[in-house]
Ligand binder design. Structure first.
Ligand SMILES: NC(=O)c1ccc[n+]([C@@H]2O[C@H](COP(=O)([O-])OP(=O)(O)OC[C@H]3O[C@@H](n4cnc5c(N)ncnc54)[C@H](OP(=O)(O)O)[C@@H]3O)[C@@H](O)[C@H]2O)c1
Length: 279
């Protein structure tokens, strides 16, 4: 990976890689080892997990055996909704660290803005950050009104908002809002789970740069200063998903890709958030 803009300086001055390996649905030691090893060799330095993925133990083993010192990796996890409802944030945080067998997180996020809970959760996050066991704190699946509410009720602006974002759901208003306030947008489901792999426009643009439709979609994201978390358990895909830093899309190509937006939510809403006030 070229060093061109391959990292963000977060609003708390920590450095975060622009590309991370998503590990949702990785459920075996073999898949975790292969994915993490391949990713590390290809230049990934960020691994994104969550307690609800129920794979922190196998991801931890893969991280601890990948040959890189802990400080060269950027490890993120998220507190699940149940812990928020129970007010058990610190317990959930420490259990995640224990399962991963690491002693700090680079970034810990509120997975979903659970109504009536997330502002209180954020206050505990601020304390966790002060404790030094997490360097940066962030949120996920937060819309503008959730962020506004956080600003009104607490002191620290999140470093990151991890949301679904890809060419078929470009989140322009939210991206602009966050970027103006120094909050990095990190795109989950950046491949829309494969939904644009055969897109005609992306394939056509790809011919010009000798890239796949998927690589064009990922380039369109990073070129807007959006982080990406592509998930794969296949070596060729893991390598190609990070190989998006050696070309630039033109302004007219960027605009043409913007027009593919169809508000496609590919990752769904958890059952316990259906009906909640989310975007
Ligand atoms: N904060 C949240 O609420 C939230 C929600 C969802 C996801 N996430 C995070 O974001 C990460 C990525 O999202 P995601 O896993 O939902 O979806 P994704 O990365 O958009 O798509 C993953 C799917 O695309 C396939 N794939 C990977 N590379 C490909 C390529 N080059 N060409 C075609 N298909 C390809 C994968 O299959 P193979 O594995 O078989 O290659 C997998 O089925 C997650 O793993 C997780 O870390 C966060």
């Amino acid at each position: 990976m070229s060093s061109e803009a391959s990292e963000f300086i977060l609003n708390d001055n920590h450095i975060m890689p622009k590309v991370g390996l998503g590990v949702y649905k990785i459920q075996s030691d073999d898949d975790a080892m292969l994915a993490v090893d391949t990713a590390v060799k290809a230049g990934y330095r960020l691994i994104d997990t969550a307690s609800v993925y129920k794979n922190e133990e196998i991801i931890g083993r893969a991280i601890n055996n990948c040959g890189l010192p802990r400080e060269n990796l950027f490890v993120t996890s998220k507190v699940w909704n149940t812990a928020q409802r129970m007010g058990d944030i610190e317990g959930a945080f420490h259990r995640s660290l224990d399962r991963l067998r690491i002693n700090y997180f680079d970034l810990y996020m509120i997975h979903w803005p659970v109504p009536g809970c997330y502002a209180e959760t954020w206050k505990v996050f601020e304390k966790l950050r002060q404790s030094g066991r997490v360097k940066s704190i962030g949120v996920s699946n937060f819309g503008i009104h959730h962020l506004e509410h956080l600003f009104e009720s607490t002191g620290i602006i999140p470093a990151v908002n991890q949301v679904e974002c890809h060419p078929l759901w470009n989140r322009k208003e939210l991206v602009n809002y966050c970027q103006k306030r120094g909050i990095v947008i990190q795109a989950y489901a950046p491949l829309a789970r494969g939904a644009y792999s055969d897109n005609k426009l992306l394939r056509q643009i790809g011919v010009k740069y000798s890239k796949s439709a998927v690589q064009i979609g990922l380039r369109w994201l990073v070129q807007q200063d959006i982080g990406i978390l592509p998930k794969s358990i296949h070596e060729d895909r893991i390598r190609s998903n990070i190989d998006v830093f050696d070309f630039n899309l033109t302004d007219s190509e960027m605009t043409a890709i913007d027009a593919l937006d169809e508000h496609l939510r590919s990752a769904g809403i958890p059952n316990d958030m259906i009906g909640a006030d989310i975007e």
